[in-house]
Design a protein around this ligand. Sequence first.
Ligand code: CUA
Length: 340
Amino acid sequence: MRRGVLVRLVAVGLAAAAVASAVAFFVPWLPTPASKQADRIDFVFWFVTGISIAIFALVVAVILYSVVRFRARPDDDSDGAPIHGNTGLEIAWTAFPAVLVTAVAVVSAVALAQNENLPKKHLQVNVLAQQFAWSFSYPKYKGLTVSALHLPLNEAVELKMRSKDVIHSFWVPQFGQKQDLVPGITTKLVITPKRLGTYPVVCTELCGEGHALMRSEAIVMKPTAFASWVKAQERAAAKASQGPSGGGPGLAVFNSNGCSGCHTFKPAGSTATTGPDLDNLPADARRAGKPLSAFVRESIVDPNAYIEKGYQPNIMPSTFKSLPKQQLDALVQFLIGGKK
Ligand code: CUA
């Protein structure tokens, strides 16, 4: 190859690499990682991106050079030269990609194995997904159940995830991982949070009409703040169980069925806004023209019977009609809080 050709190829290749690198680095494709697993995923991403930029530059250089150098002149009707391949080139373009693909596979496999590795000392959180809410419970803390995922910084957490109805998928972009929740089986995910903050929990599997509303939060706290949060939750639960509303069993039903994932209700300490604010139930019952207790019961077992203004039908799960009567009674009692 003449020296001038090589210089031109390299120049075009460098220009293409510069453009591709600018697109890769100056567009914020990925959120800032907030877990050790996300760091490893980012490493694989940039490893593959680096290889892609190099190959892109090579291909663009060869294509542009060939288009210019070997273009047919307007009056050129002659046949092309009879070329029968180039054994050296063919070996190179087979072997080189094989090496690259193997490298990508090895790097990915190592990252995946490390991300699935669960240290002996870890916190377990049980995740329950249902149309269209998340609930998170902590076996270590007497089954404490909440609608936002609270995690201590730098401690490995194992999520054991189940779905009550259809396939959902757990995703916190800053944690870098996605995992489906499939009815009938328990799936797992290991997270080691490394950055304080509040991140979105997103359902990333189309699971029904309320899919877009199936959101929560992952809150990474300092270990001391996490410990006092747990204490405060336990105190609140103990207080509710002694309250005049008989919150104990009712509160447990409320939390374990994910009600707190969608509704604000002061006695339960929940602040979600997907569904109507349950502190306003007496007023809602009046608007619906029904006695409070009957209205609340109907709204649980047949959510579409009355839709509060500003909300849509078919968002609340209609699965609660299968609640055992005892649990349903306790829940209704808890929600009406001793009122008639
Ligand atoms: Cu659950 Cu989408």
